[in-house]
Write a protein that binds this ligand. Structure first.
Ligand SMILES: Cc1cc2nc3c(=O)[nH]c(=O)nc-3n(C[C@H](O)[C@H](O)[C@H](O)COP(=O)(O)OP(=O)(O)OC[C@H]3O[C@@H](n4cnc5c(N)ncnc54)[C@H](O)[C@@H]3O)c2cc1C
Length: 432
Protein backbone atom coordinates (compact mmCIF):
# COMPACT_ATOMS: atom_id res chain seq x y z
CA UNK A 1 0.00 0.00 0.00
CA UNK A 2 1.32 3.48 -0.79
CA UNK A 3 1.56 5.88 2.09
CA UNK A 4 -0.60 9.01 2.12
CA UNK A 5 1.35 12.10 1.19
CA UNK A 6 1.31 15.33 3.18
CA UNK A 7 2.62 18.34 1.26
CA UNK A 8 3.66 21.39 3.29
CA UNK A 9 4.20 24.60 1.33
CA UNK A 10 6.59 26.98 3.10
CA UNK A 11 9.26 26.07 5.63
CA UNK A 12 9.12 29.05 7.96
CA UNK A 13 8.09 28.93 11.59
CA UNK A 14 4.75 27.27 10.78
CA UNK A 15 5.80 24.87 8.00
CA UNK A 16 9.08 23.81 9.58
CA UNK A 17 7.40 22.88 12.85
CA UNK A 18 4.50 21.20 11.05
CA UNK A 19 7.03 18.98 9.22
CA UNK A 20 9.02 18.27 12.37
CA UNK A 21 5.93 17.31 14.37
CA UNK A 22 4.49 15.16 11.58
CA UNK A 23 7.79 13.37 11.23
CA UNK A 24 7.58 12.47 14.91
CA UNK A 25 3.93 11.47 14.78
CA UNK A 26 3.66 9.68 11.46
CA UNK A 27 7.10 9.11 10.01
CA UNK A 28 6.46 5.51 8.90
CA UNK A 29 2.85 6.00 7.95
CA UNK A 30 2.95 9.09 5.73
CA UNK A 31 5.24 10.61 3.15
CA UNK A 32 6.05 14.16 4.23
CA UNK A 33 7.08 16.59 1.50
CA UNK A 34 8.23 20.11 2.35
CA UNK A 35 8.22 22.58 -0.56
CA UNK A 36 10.11 25.80 0.11
CA UNK A 37 11.74 28.53 -1.94
CA UNK A 38 15.05 27.99 -0.14
CA UNK A 39 16.79 24.94 1.28
CA UNK A 40 16.86 26.53 4.73
CA UNK A 41 14.61 27.70 7.53
CA UNK A 42 15.24 31.39 8.17
CA UNK A 43 15.28 32.50 11.79
CA UNK A 44 13.88 35.98 11.04
CA UNK A 45 14.15 37.53 14.54
CA UNK A 46 17.96 37.72 14.23
CA UNK A 47 17.88 39.44 10.84
CA UNK A 48 18.68 42.90 12.33
CA UNK A 49 21.82 41.38 13.87
CA UNK A 50 22.87 40.06 10.46
CA UNK A 51 22.42 43.51 8.92
CA UNK A 52 24.57 45.00 11.69
CA UNK A 53 27.29 42.36 11.25
CA UNK A 54 26.86 40.86 14.73
CA UNK A 55 25.80 37.43 13.45
CA UNK A 56 26.98 35.81 10.22
CA UNK A 57 24.16 35.29 7.68
CA UNK A 58 24.54 31.51 7.47
CA UNK A 59 23.92 31.24 11.22
CA UNK A 60 20.24 32.14 10.88
CA UNK A 61 19.76 29.94 7.81
CA UNK A 62 19.18 26.51 9.35
CA UNK A 63 19.48 23.77 6.68
CA UNK A 64 16.32 21.76 6.10
CA UNK A 65 18.30 18.69 5.12
CA UNK A 66 19.92 17.27 8.19
CA UNK A 67 17.53 18.81 10.69
CA UNK A 68 14.41 17.15 9.26
CA UNK A 69 15.40 13.54 8.61
CA UNK A 70 12.60 11.58 7.01
CA UNK A 71 11.11 14.65 5.32
CA UNK A 72 11.51 15.02 1.55
CA UNK A 73 12.60 18.59 0.86
CA UNK A 74 11.74 20.09 -2.55
CA UNK A 75 13.30 23.48 -3.25
CA UNK A 76 10.97 25.50 -5.46
CA UNK A 77 8.23 28.08 -5.47
CA UNK A 78 4.62 26.93 -5.45
CA UNK A 79 2.74 28.77 -8.18
CA UNK A 80 -0.52 26.85 -8.35
CA UNK A 81 -2.79 24.70 -6.25
CA UNK A 82 -5.42 22.52 -7.94
CA UNK A 83 -7.81 22.03 -5.05
CA UNK A 84 -10.16 19.73 -6.99
CA UNK A 85 -7.50 17.31 -8.25
CA UNK A 86 -5.29 17.77 -5.20
CA UNK A 87 -1.91 18.79 -6.51
CA UNK A 88 0.50 21.69 -6.06
CA UNK A 89 2.39 23.09 -9.04
CA UNK A 90 5.82 24.61 -8.50
CA UNK A 91 8.80 26.07 -10.30
CA UNK A 92 12.14 24.63 -9.27
CA UNK A 93 15.15 26.77 -8.57
CA UNK A 94 16.42 26.01 -12.11
CA UNK A 95 13.12 27.02 -13.69
CA UNK A 96 11.65 23.54 -14.31
CA UNK A 97 8.01 22.98 -13.48
CA UNK A 98 6.82 20.17 -11.26
CA UNK A 99 3.71 18.87 -9.56
CA UNK A 100 3.18 17.32 -6.17
CA UNK A 101 0.01 15.34 -5.57
CA UNK A 102 -1.23 15.45 -1.99
CA UNK A 103 -3.62 13.73 0.37
CA UNK A 104 -3.24 16.48 2.94
CA UNK A 105 -1.96 19.98 2.27
CA UNK A 106 -0.55 22.59 4.65
CA UNK A 107 -0.29 26.15 3.32
CA UNK A 108 2.24 28.14 5.34
CA UNK A 109 3.82 30.59 2.91
CA UNK A 110 4.21 33.46 5.38
CA UNK A 111 4.20 37.13 4.46
CA UNK A 112 5.97 39.81 2.42
CA UNK A 113 6.77 43.53 2.85
CA UNK A 114 3.76 45.76 3.38
CA UNK A 115 3.55 48.79 1.14
CA UNK A 116 1.65 52.00 1.71
CA UNK A 117 0.60 54.24 -1.18
CA UNK A 118 3.29 56.86 -0.53
CA UNK A 119 4.95 58.47 -3.57
CA UNK A 120 8.50 57.27 -4.22
CA UNK A 121 8.55 54.55 -1.57
CA UNK A 122 8.43 51.59 -3.98
CA UNK A 123 11.30 53.12 -5.97
CA UNK A 124 13.60 54.36 -3.21
CA UNK A 125 12.94 52.38 -0.03
CA UNK A 126 14.53 49.07 0.90
CA UNK A 127 12.51 46.39 2.67
CA UNK A 128 13.64 44.16 5.48
CA UNK A 129 12.03 40.75 5.22
CA UNK A 130 14.74 38.26 4.23
CA UNK A 131 18.41 37.41 4.11
CA UNK A 132 19.12 39.21 0.79
CA UNK A 133 17.68 42.42 2.24
CA UNK A 134 19.79 42.12 5.39
CA UNK A 135 22.94 41.48 3.34
CA UNK A 136 22.10 44.38 1.06
CA UNK A 137 21.53 46.71 4.02
CA UNK A 138 24.83 45.71 5.63
CA UNK A 139 26.75 46.51 2.43
CA UNK A 140 24.76 49.66 1.81
CA UNK A 141 25.51 51.06 5.28
CA UNK A 142 29.22 50.30 4.96
CA UNK A 143 29.25 51.86 1.48
CA UNK A 144 27.54 55.07 2.63
CA UNK A 145 29.99 55.51 5.49
CA UNK A 146 32.96 54.87 3.18
CA UNK A 147 31.65 57.31 0.56
CA UNK A 148 30.95 59.91 3.25
CA UNK A 149 34.55 59.68 4.34
CA UNK A 150 35.77 60.31 0.79
CA UNK A 151 33.72 63.42 0.04
CA UNK A 152 34.61 66.99 1.06
CA UNK A 153 31.04 68.17 0.55
CA UNK A 154 29.45 68.49 4.03
CA UNK A 155 25.90 68.23 2.60
CA UNK A 156 26.70 64.97 0.84
CA UNK A 157 28.48 63.71 3.93
CA UNK A 158 25.41 64.47 6.05
CA UNK A 159 23.02 62.78 3.58
CA UNK A 160 25.15 59.66 3.29
CA UNK A 161 25.34 59.29 7.06
CA UNK A 162 21.60 59.74 7.67
CA UNK A 163 19.64 56.49 7.83
CA UNK A 164 15.85 56.72 7.98
CA UNK A 165 13.94 53.71 9.34
CA UNK A 166 10.16 53.79 8.95
CA UNK A 167 8.11 51.61 11.29
CA UNK A 168 8.87 51.34 15.02
CA UNK A 169 7.58 47.80 15.53
CA UNK A 170 10.08 45.24 16.79
CA UNK A 171 11.80 45.01 13.40
CA UNK A 172 12.32 48.74 12.82
CA UNK A 173 13.24 49.38 16.45
CA UNK A 174 15.89 46.65 16.37
CA UNK A 175 17.23 47.79 12.98
CA UNK A 176 17.67 51.38 14.24
CA UNK A 177 19.09 50.31 17.61
CA UNK A 178 21.67 47.95 16.08
CA UNK A 179 22.24 50.36 13.18
CA UNK A 180 23.40 53.24 15.38
CA UNK A 181 25.88 50.99 17.21
CA UNK A 182 27.09 49.55 13.91
CA UNK A 183 27.80 52.93 12.30
CA UNK A 184 29.41 54.21 15.52
CA UNK A 185 31.82 51.29 15.29
CA UNK A 186 32.42 51.98 11.58
CA UNK A 187 33.20 55.65 12.17
CA UNK A 188 35.56 54.80 15.04
CA UNK A 189 37.70 53.03 12.41
CA UNK A 190 37.57 56.07 10.08
CA UNK A 191 39.26 59.07 11.68
CA UNK A 192 38.75 61.26 8.58
CA UNK A 193 34.99 61.10 8.94
CA UNK A 194 34.05 64.02 11.14
CA UNK A 195 30.27 63.54 11.36
CA UNK A 196 28.49 61.06 13.57
CA UNK A 197 25.99 59.01 11.55
CA UNK A 198 22.38 59.64 12.50
CA UNK A 199 19.68 56.99 12.56
CA UNK A 200 16.08 58.21 12.53
CA UNK A 201 13.16 56.04 13.63
CA UNK A 202 9.72 57.16 12.43
CA UNK A 203 6.23 55.87 13.08
CA UNK A 204 2.74 57.28 12.90
CA UNK A 205 2.06 55.60 16.26
CA UNK A 206 2.56 57.68 19.43
CA UNK A 207 5.21 55.30 20.83
CA UNK A 208 7.87 52.86 19.71
CA UNK A 209 6.84 49.18 19.85
CA UNK A 210 3.18 50.28 19.68
CA UNK A 211 1.83 46.72 19.62
CA UNK A 212 3.76 45.64 22.74
CA UNK A 213 3.52 46.34 26.49
CA UNK A 214 3.89 50.07 27.21
CA UNK A 215 6.77 49.38 29.62
CA UNK A 216 8.77 47.84 26.79
CA UNK A 217 8.16 50.98 24.74
CA UNK A 218 9.51 53.12 27.58
CA UNK A 219 12.67 50.99 27.80
CA UNK A 220 13.23 51.01 24.03
CA UNK A 221 12.61 54.76 23.78
CA UNK A 222 15.06 55.49 26.59
CA UNK A 223 17.81 53.26 25.16
CA UNK A 224 17.39 54.57 21.62
CA UNK A 225 17.44 58.25 22.60
CA UNK A 226 20.43 57.78 24.92
CA UNK A 227 22.27 56.12 22.08
CA UNK A 228 21.57 59.08 19.81
CA UNK A 229 18.83 57.63 17.61
CA UNK A 230 16.49 60.40 16.45
CA UNK A 231 13.13 58.93 17.53
CA UNK A 232 10.16 60.71 15.92
CA UNK A 233 6.80 59.25 16.82
CA UNK A 234 3.62 60.55 15.20
CA UNK A 235 5.69 61.18 12.07
CA UNK A 236 6.13 59.29 8.82
CA UNK A 237 7.30 59.78 5.27
CA UNK A 238 5.06 61.81 2.94
CA UNK A 239 7.25 61.33 -0.14
CA UNK A 240 10.54 59.68 -1.02
CA UNK A 241 12.88 61.05 -3.68
CA UNK A 242 16.31 59.89 -4.92
CA UNK A 243 17.97 62.44 -2.60
CA UNK A 244 15.88 62.28 0.54
CA UNK A 245 12.52 62.07 2.19
CA UNK A 246 9.80 64.60 2.92
CA UNK A 247 8.37 63.93 6.36
CA UNK A 248 4.70 64.30 7.22
CA UNK A 249 5.59 67.27 9.47
CA UNK A 250 7.00 69.13 6.46
CA UNK A 251 10.71 68.65 7.17
CA UNK A 252 12.90 67.49 4.29
CA UNK A 253 15.64 65.05 5.30
CA UNK A 254 18.44 64.50 2.78
CA UNK A 255 19.38 60.81 2.86
CA UNK A 256 20.46 57.91 0.66
CA UNK A 257 18.91 55.33 2.97
CA UNK A 258 15.20 54.71 3.52
CA UNK A 259 14.57 51.41 5.30
CA UNK A 260 10.98 50.23 5.20
CA UNK A 261 9.86 48.25 8.26
CA UNK A 262 6.17 49.17 8.34
CA UNK A 263 5.06 45.61 8.72
CA UNK A 264 4.09 42.74 6.53
CA UNK A 265 1.15 41.50 4.52
CA UNK A 266 0.32 37.89 3.70
CA UNK A 267 2.14 36.35 0.74
CA UNK A 268 0.12 37.32 -2.39
CA UNK A 269 0.18 33.65 -3.43
CA UNK A 270 -2.72 32.88 -1.09
CA UNK A 271 -4.96 35.50 -2.70
CA UNK A 272 -4.78 33.62 -6.00
CA UNK A 273 -6.03 30.28 -4.73
CA UNK A 274 -9.72 31.14 -5.08
CA UNK A 275 -10.24 30.59 -1.35
CA UNK A 276 -11.82 33.02 1.10
CA UNK A 277 -9.38 35.49 2.62
CA UNK A 278 -9.54 38.06 5.39
CA UNK A 279 -7.15 40.99 4.96
CA UNK A 280 -5.20 38.78 2.53
CA UNK A 281 -4.94 35.85 4.96
CA UNK A 282 -6.62 32.51 4.26
CA UNK A 283 -9.74 32.00 6.32
CA UNK A 284 -9.50 28.87 8.48
CA UNK A 285 -11.54 27.47 11.35
CA UNK A 286 -10.23 26.94 14.87
CA UNK A 287 -8.76 23.58 13.76
CA UNK A 288 -6.73 25.37 11.05
CA UNK A 289 -8.87 23.75 8.35
CA UNK A 290 -9.82 25.65 5.22
CA UNK A 291 -13.66 25.61 5.10
CA UNK A 292 -14.98 23.23 2.45
CA UNK A 293 -11.63 21.43 2.09
CA UNK A 294 -11.11 19.09 5.06
CA UNK A 295 -7.78 17.95 3.60
CA UNK A 296 -6.35 21.50 3.42
CA UNK A 297 -4.83 23.30 6.42
CA UNK A 298 -3.29 26.76 6.65
CA UNK A 299 -1.26 28.37 9.41
CA UNK A 300 1.20 31.14 10.27
CA UNK A 301 1.19 34.65 8.79
CA UNK A 302 -0.69 33.42 5.69
CA UNK A 303 -3.73 32.25 7.70
CA UNK A 304 -6.43 34.18 9.57
CA UNK A 305 -6.59 31.90 12.61
CA UNK A 306 -9.31 32.85 15.12
CA UNK A 307 -7.77 33.96 18.42
CA UNK A 308 -9.97 32.73 21.31
CA UNK A 309 -7.96 34.87 23.76
CA UNK A 310 -9.27 37.95 21.89
CA UNK A 311 -12.77 36.98 20.74
CA UNK A 312 -13.68 38.22 17.29
CA UNK A 313 -10.06 38.79 16.28
CA UNK A 314 -7.49 36.70 14.44
CA UNK A 315 -4.01 35.83 15.71
CA UNK A 316 -1.24 38.37 15.19
CA UNK A 317 1.49 37.63 12.66
CA UNK A 318 4.15 36.39 15.05
CA UNK A 319 6.63 33.54 15.19
CA UNK A 320 5.12 32.50 18.51
CA UNK A 321 1.74 31.83 16.87
CA UNK A 322 3.16 30.44 13.62
CA UNK A 323 5.30 27.83 15.36
CA UNK A 324 2.44 26.61 17.55
CA UNK A 325 -0.04 26.59 14.70
CA UNK A 326 2.37 24.52 12.59
CA UNK A 327 2.58 21.93 15.36
CA UNK A 328 -1.19 21.89 15.76
CA UNK A 329 -1.75 21.47 12.00
CA UNK A 330 0.47 18.37 12.19
CA UNK A 331 -1.50 17.00 15.16
CA UNK A 332 -4.79 17.60 13.41
CA UNK A 333 -3.55 15.92 10.23
CA UNK A 334 -2.53 12.88 12.29
CA UNK A 335 -5.98 13.01 13.93
CA UNK A 336 -7.61 13.02 10.49
CA UNK A 337 -6.02 9.57 10.00
CA UNK A 338 -7.30 8.38 13.36
CA UNK A 339 -4.23 9.11 15.46
CA UNK A 340 -5.39 11.20 18.42
CA UNK A 341 -8.18 13.74 18.41
CA UNK A 342 -8.12 17.07 16.66
CA UNK A 343 -7.75 20.15 18.82
CA UNK A 344 -8.63 23.79 18.38
CA UNK A 345 -6.00 26.52 18.47
CA UNK A 346 -5.48 28.54 21.62
CA UNK A 347 -2.32 30.24 22.76
CA UNK A 348 -1.75 32.88 25.41
CA UNK A 349 0.95 35.43 24.66
CA UNK A 350 4.11 34.43 26.54
CA UNK A 351 5.67 37.86 26.28
CA UNK A 352 8.16 39.48 23.96
CA UNK A 353 11.87 39.99 23.57
CA UNK A 354 13.42 42.92 21.69
CA UNK A 355 17.19 43.04 21.31
CA UNK A 356 18.45 46.63 21.31
CA UNK A 357 22.12 45.86 20.66
CA UNK A 358 25.10 46.13 22.98
CA UNK A 359 24.05 45.24 26.52
CA UNK A 360 20.49 46.45 26.02
CA UNK A 361 17.18 44.72 25.46
CA UNK A 362 13.54 44.99 26.48
CA UNK A 363 11.60 41.88 27.43
CA UNK A 364 8.47 40.87 29.29
CA UNK A 365 8.59 37.10 29.81
CA UNK A 366 5.25 35.99 31.28
CA UNK A 367 4.37 39.72 31.55
CA UNK A 368 7.30 40.55 33.86
CA UNK A 369 8.93 43.69 32.44
CA UNK A 370 12.73 43.53 32.19
CA UNK A 371 15.38 45.94 30.92
CA UNK A 372 19.18 45.99 30.71
CA UNK A 373 21.24 42.87 31.31
CA UNK A 374 18.41 40.67 32.68
CA UNK A 375 16.39 41.44 29.54
CA UNK A 376 19.43 40.76 27.40
CA UNK A 377 19.99 37.39 29.03
CA UNK A 378 16.34 36.43 28.56
CA UNK A 379 16.36 37.64 24.95
CA UNK A 380 19.45 35.71 23.96
CA UNK A 381 18.36 32.62 25.88
CA UNK A 382 14.99 32.76 24.16
CA UNK A 383 16.53 32.98 20.69
CA UNK A 384 18.91 30.09 21.36
CA UNK A 385 16.04 27.91 22.55
CA UNK A 386 13.75 28.92 19.70
CA UNK A 387 16.29 28.27 16.92
CA UNK A 388 15.98 24.76 15.49
CA UNK A 389 19.74 24.57 14.80
CA UNK A 390 23.05 26.50 14.58
CA UNK A 391 22.79 27.48 18.26
CA UNK A 392 26.47 27.11 19.14
CA UNK A 393 27.46 29.08 16.06
CA UNK A 394 25.13 31.95 16.98
CA UNK A 395 26.40 31.92 20.56
CA UNK A 396 29.98 31.94 19.24
CA UNK A 397 29.22 34.99 17.07
CA UNK A 398 27.79 36.82 20.08
CA UNK A 399 30.88 35.98 22.13
CA UNK A 400 33.22 37.11 19.33
CA UNK A 401 31.31 40.36 18.87
CA UNK A 402 31.55 41.12 22.58
CA UNK A 403 35.31 40.63 22.64
CA UNK A 404 36.75 41.57 19.22
CA UNK A 405 36.40 44.50 16.81
CA UNK A 406 33.65 43.86 14.28
CA UNK A 407 35.05 43.58 10.73
CA UNK A 408 32.88 45.29 8.13
CA UNK A 409 33.40 45.12 4.37
CA UNK A 410 31.17 45.38 1.32
CA UNK A 411 30.87 41.94 -0.23
CA UNK A 412 28.66 43.22 -3.06
CA UNK A 413 26.74 39.95 -3.23
CA UNK A 414 23.28 41.51 -3.36
CA UNK A 415 22.73 44.43 -5.75
CA UNK A 416 19.91 46.88 -5.00
CA UNK A 417 17.79 45.63 -7.91
CA UNK A 418 17.81 42.11 -6.41
CA UNK A 419 15.84 43.29 -3.39
CA UNK A 420 12.84 45.24 -4.70
CA UNK A 421 10.42 46.40 -2.02
CA UNK A 422 7.43 45.12 -3.95
CA UNK A 423 7.24 41.31 -4.14
CA UNK A 424 5.62 39.94 -7.22
CA UNK A 425 2.89 37.39 -6.91
CA UNK A 426 3.74 34.07 -8.62
CA UNK A 427 1.00 34.87 -11.17
CA UNK A 428 2.64 38.21 -12.07
CA UNK A 429 6.07 36.61 -12.18
CA UNK A 430 4.73 34.00 -14.61
CA UNK A 431 3.41 36.71 -16.91
CA UNK A 432 6.76 38.60 -16.96
C1 LIG B 1 12.90 41.07 10.67
C2 LIG B 1 11.82 40.32 11.38
C3 LIG B 1 11.92 40.11 12.75
C4 LIG B 1 10.92 39.40 13.43
N1 LIG B 1 11.04 39.21 14.79
C5 LIG B 1 10.09 38.51 15.44
C6 LIG B 1 10.19 38.27 16.83
O1 LIG B 1 11.15 38.70 17.48
N2 LIG B 1 9.20 37.54 17.44
C7 LIG B 1 8.11 37.06 16.76
O2 LIG B 1 7.22 36.40 17.34
N3 LIG B 1 7.97 37.30 15.43
C8 LIG B 1 8.93 38.00 14.77
N4 LIG B 1 8.79 38.24 13.43
C9 LIG B 1 7.60 37.75 12.74
C10 LIG B 1 7.78 36.27 12.45
O3 LIG B 1 9.05 36.05 11.90
C11 LIG B 1 6.68 35.78 11.52
O4 LIG B 1 5.43 35.99 12.15
C12 LIG B 1 6.89 34.31 11.22
O5 LIG B 1 8.07 34.13 10.48
C13 LIG B 1 5.70 33.73 10.46
O6 LIG B 1 5.96 32.39 10.21
P1 LIG B 1 5.41 31.71 8.88
O7 LIG B 1 5.84 30.29 8.93
O8 LIG B 1 3.98 32.01 8.71
O9 LIG B 1 6.16 32.47 7.71
P2 LIG B 1 7.70 32.57 7.38
O10 LIG B 1 8.53 32.30 8.57
O11 LIG B 1 7.88 33.85 6.67
O12 LIG B 1 7.93 31.37 6.37
C14 LIG B 1 7.29 31.30 5.12
C15 LIG B 1 8.11 30.36 4.26
O13 LIG B 1 7.39 30.10 3.06
C16 LIG B 1 8.26 30.19 1.96
N5 LIG B 1 7.43 30.53 0.80
C17 LIG B 1 6.81 31.69 0.54
N6 LIG B 1 6.12 31.60 -0.61
C18 LIG B 1 6.33 30.35 -1.09
C19 LIG B 1 5.89 29.65 -2.24
N7 LIG B 1 5.09 30.23 -3.15
N8 LIG B 1 6.33 28.38 -2.43
C20 LIG B 1 7.13 27.78 -1.52
N9 LIG B 1 7.57 28.39 -0.40
C21 LIG B 1 7.17 29.66 -0.18
C22 LIG B 1 9.26 31.26 2.36
O14 LIG B 1 10.46 31.12 1.64
C23 LIG B 1 9.45 30.94 3.84
O15 LIG B 1 10.45 29.97 4.03
C24 LIG B 1 9.79 38.93 12.73
C25 LIG B 1 9.69 39.16 11.36
C26 LIG B 1 10.69 39.85 10.67
C27 LIG B 1 10.56 40.07 9.20
Amino acid sequence: MTKPRVVIVGAGFAGYHAAKTLRRLARDRAEIVLLNTTDYFLYLPLLPEVAAGVVEPTRIAVPLAGTLDGVRVVVGEADRVDLQNRWVGYRSIEGDHGQLAYDRLVLSVGSVNKLLPIPGVTEYAHGFRGLPEALFLHDHVVRQVELAELTDDPAEQRARTTFVVVGAGYTGTEVAAHGQLFTDRLTAQRPHLKVRPRWMLLDVAPRALPELDRRMSVTADRVLRKRGVDVRMGTSVAEATPDGVMLTDGEYVPTCSLIWCVGVRPDPFVAELGLRTEKGRLVVDEFLNVPGYPEVFACGDAAAVPDPTRPGQVCAMTAQHAQRQGKLAAHNIAASYGQGVRKSYKHHDLGWVVDLGGKDAAANPLKVPLAGLPAKAVTRGYHLLAMPGNRSRVAADWALDATLPRPAVQLGLVPANAVPLESESPELARRH
